[in-house]
Design a protein around this ligand. Structure first.
Ligand SMILES: O=C(O)CCC(=O)C(=O)O
Ligand SMILES: [Fe+2]
Length: 311
């Protein structure tokens, strides 16, 4: 893009354009591409694009209404919008069906969650069989599919996300615009299972390991991070593959069935990375392993003044 004048001209054209133009400009403000990130403005543009007939904008607006991105949060309004789209959009109908099968309160929080089984008291390691249904697991695989990319890890020297042979799977990061109401409700279930606020979670990731791929031994807490990753929640999304167990240095060896969550605390009582939680995802030897993972921080991960009203 050339100088600021030309950029202003482009923005002006998109502002006065059709549904696709408004959607495109919404993506710019949502992502901070070309312009300073402004999610409230992005939300407004997605609303205008949706009114002008863009189904993609309607999807993102639904997600922002549900998760409180760029403005206030209104779960009931988000579900209504999904219901309207479900008449013409198969994916929306699939999502609405899953939402309607969940026991949720008026804010999208679970009214009850499955019982957990303690694997270790210190460090705290727990299994929650059946935290997700098989339908929800299948949905996550479908929703993440188009966004799978080679996984990265945070580089201790630069702080940047880089490719690293320690983690050879592919990963989809389900950021706020991609966070459908089903994913939001699942994130709220993971928050309930860890007794945390949903906004402490980093975006849900969906990992896909193929034969030979693995996640070498590591600790999910990051040295000297201010807002530490205090919990990890993993959910096994399928079975039928070989290898691929999650193994702790302490010896615990986990291969959950479809829908089982593995939850563990990454820090000790002083909040320091707990080396006893070092673990790995063993190489898959046959088939494909799908896993959802959420790293949960000590405090809200991406604070937004609007997000806590009815978190
Ligand atoms: O693949 C696994 O079983 C482990 C994944 C993992 O350690 C992580 O996502 O932090
Ligand atoms: Fe990990």
């Amino acid at each position: 893009m050339a100088d600021a004048g030309h950029l202003q001209d482009a923005i002006g054209m998109l502002e006065h354009g059709d549904a696709d133009d408004l959607f495109e400009l919404g993506v710019w403000f949502d992502s901070g591409r070309w312009v300073a990130q402004d999610r409230a403005h992005a939300r407004d543009l997605f609303g205008r694009a949706a009114d002008a007939g863009s189904p993609q904008a309607d999807t993102i607006l639904t997600n922002f209404l549900g998760n409180g991105t760029g403005g206030s949060r209104d779960w009931a309004a988000a579900v209504d919008r999904l219901r309207q789209r479900s008449a013409t959009d198969e994916r929306a109908a699939f999502e609405l069906d899953l939402i309607e099968q969940m026991d949720l309160d008026e804010n999208g929080n679970p009214t009850e969650i499955a019982m957990d089984q303690l694997l270790s008291a210190s460090p705290n390691i727990r299994l929650v069989p059946g935290l997700l249904t098989k339908g929800e697991c299948a949905y996550l695989a479908v929703a993440a599919g188009p966004y799978l990319q080679p996984a990265t890890v945070v580089d201790n020297l630069s702080g940047k996300a880089i490719r690293n042979p320690i983690r050879t799977s592919e990963t989809a990061v389900m950021t706020p615009p991609l966070e459908s109401l089903v994913i939001q409700a699942i994130n709220r279930r993971l928050a309930a299972a860890t007794e945390t606020n949903v906004y402490q979670g980093e975006p849900l990731q969906v990992l896909r390991y193929q034969p030979g791929q693995e996640y070498k031994p590591h600790i999910d807490a990051i040295p000297s991070l201010d807002n530490q990753r205090v919990w990890t929640a993993l959910v096994y999304l399928n079975d039928g593959y070989e290898g691929g167990e999650t193994q702790f240095v302490s010896g615990a060896f986990v291969r959950g069935q479809t829908g089982t969550a593995l939850i563990f605390r990454n820090v000790d009582d002083e909040g320091r990375p707990d080396k006893r939680t070092a673990h790995r995802g063993c190489p898959v030897t046959k088939g494909t392993k799908l896993l959802a993972s959420r790293w949960i921080r000590e405090r809200p991960f991406a604070p937004d003044p609007n997000q806590h009203a009815n978190a």
